[in-house]
Design a protein around this ligand. Structure first.
Ligand code: PTJ
Length: 256
């Protein structure tokens, strides 16, 4: 890893890049994952690289859904495994939602490496290797485990690429996504769209899950019932335009 001084103004962002690069070097993350991270960084810059109040509201609703679910599941890809291995395992533990590897650029070698990596970070059981069921898709994201994603009622799919999200919704599942782009097909088609960097969203969700774990079913249900996903999407776009406006004014550029 390149040594990044802690006082560097872009320390967090540069360290995140280092983790993704390391993921590619160890064979966990696809090369395409580097490009996906770059796209995410752009939206995060516009968001002000912080968890907004409406992103936190979506994260709480997502946790309520996971805690209420009969068969929750957390889908993991190469970027997720490289960026947040400890906190995704912690979220699985505190919500009781198993982890399942599901890859767009699937290979048996990557599946194996990600499973070993997550187990090294404390995961006890990681699904995805069986691949004994299929979603109605014409690429490798279709391959899922019967006892995992296929039969789940609530599924968390961070850093997704659109069409699987739509398919899961059309199967009647409650789909939670984490995607910094509020206009992506993923964000537009999911039931709960978390517009936040996964490096902040998953640790926040772990904290919320610890706080909400002993809430009554009715309390969790009321969080879900009052949740409004359109509000979350429009608020993210508003926050981005406000950040741009403020940055522009700070730099002496007239906002016209
Ligand atoms: O490991 P694989 O083979 O399953 O491949 C994973 C990637 C991420 C390469 C694959 O799913 C892909 O190509 O995804 P897309 O279509 O690039 O979509 C990724 C979305 O996640 C984009 O909308 C990005 O803005 C967003 N994104 C990228 N990095 C982050 C992010 N959102 C939140 N936090 C991030 N760190």
């Amino acid at each position: 890893m390149t040594q990044i001084p802690v006082e560097h103004p872009r320390y967090e962002s540069l360290m995140t890049r280092e983790k993704i690069v390391e993921g590619v070097q160890t064979g966990i993350t696809s090369k395409q994952g580097l490009i996906a991270q770059g796209r995410g960084e752009t939206f995060d810059y516009l968001l002000g690289e912080r968890t907004t109040a409406t992103a936190a509201y979506a994260e709480r609703a997502a946790v309520a859904l996971l805690l209420l679910a009969q068969d929750p599941i957390i889908s993991v890809n190469g970027n997720v495994a490289a960026l947040v291995p400890d906190s995704i395992v912690a979220l699985s533990d505190v919500t009781g939602a198993p982890l399942e590897i599901n890859l767009f650029h699937r290979s048996e070698a990557r599946m194996h490496k990600i499973i070993v990596h997550l187990k090294a970070h404390g995961a006890s059981n990681v699904l995805g290797k069986k691949g004994d069921a299929r979603l109605d898709l014409d690429h490798d994201r279709a391959i899922v485990d019967e006892e995992g994603i296929y039969s789940s009622d609530v599924v968390l799919v961070p850093l997704e690429d659109g069409d699987r999200c739509g398919t899961l919704v059309s199967m009647g599942k409650n789909v939670i996504t984490i995607d910094l782009n509020p206009l992506s097909r993923t964000s537009l088609s999911s039931n709960v769209s978390i517009i936040d960097n996964i490096t902040r969203a998953i640790p926040n969700m772990v904290q919320f899950a610890k706080e909400m774990k002993h809430n009554k079913t009715e309390e969790l249900q009321s969080i879900v019932d009052s949740y409004n996903n359109d509000k979350v999407l429009s608020s993210a776009m508003y926050e981005m335009s406000e950040t741009l406006k403020n940055m522009s004014i700070e730099r002496g550029i007239e906002w016209i």
